[in-house]
Write a protein that binds this ligand. Structure first.
Ligand code: ZN
Length: 147
């Protein structure tokens, strides 16, 4: 914070304290006692305000992080590494032809080719297809092992 801003801030704090203390002294209270009390209360009030603002900011950051994860999750596709055949969940951007990822199992750089085809909607019968959450869990475990 520049020096001029600090001086203005201290000036405002002293001015407001003096103003309120002056008003209270009209009711027979001691000016200096009121001035000191209000001066100290300033810092308490700003401390509480900063604390509450911090909580709100952290909450908003968390909501944003969750939304970001949801977006990444919604735009991820399960793919198999072209070299080692291990499945991975990889975020892709539809419409771009440079979607690539590095396999966490063999470190091979894979390029993802997106192709679309139309099918008639059906109800899946097979239940032995690997769950995308399981693929993600295994990927995370492998990344943690590499750290
Ligand atoms: Zn691989």
């Amino acid at each position: 914070m520049p020096f001029a801003k600090i001086l203005m801030s201290i000036g405002a704090t002293l001015g407001i304290s003096a103003g309120i203390a002056g008003a209270l002294s009209l009711f027979g209270l001691s000016f200096w006692n009121c001035f000191l009390l209000i001066f100290v209360l300033h810092f308490v009030a700003f401390g509480v305000l900063n604390y509450i603002t911090g909580i709100i900011t952290r909450y908003k950051m968390r909501v944003l992080a969750v939304q970001e994860l949801e977006v990444i999750n919604n735009q991820s596709v399960p793919v198999q590494c072209a070299k080692c055949n291990e499945p991975s969940m990889v975020p892709v951007i539809v419409g771009r032809d440079d979607n690539e990822y590095e396999c966490v199992y063999c470190n091979a750089i894979n390029k993802i080719v997106i192709s679309a085809e139309a099918v008639l909607p059906t109800t899946p019968v097979a239940t032995d297809v690997e769950n995308t959450d399981d693929i993600l869990q295994r990927q995370i475990k492998k990344l943690e092992e590499n750290e």
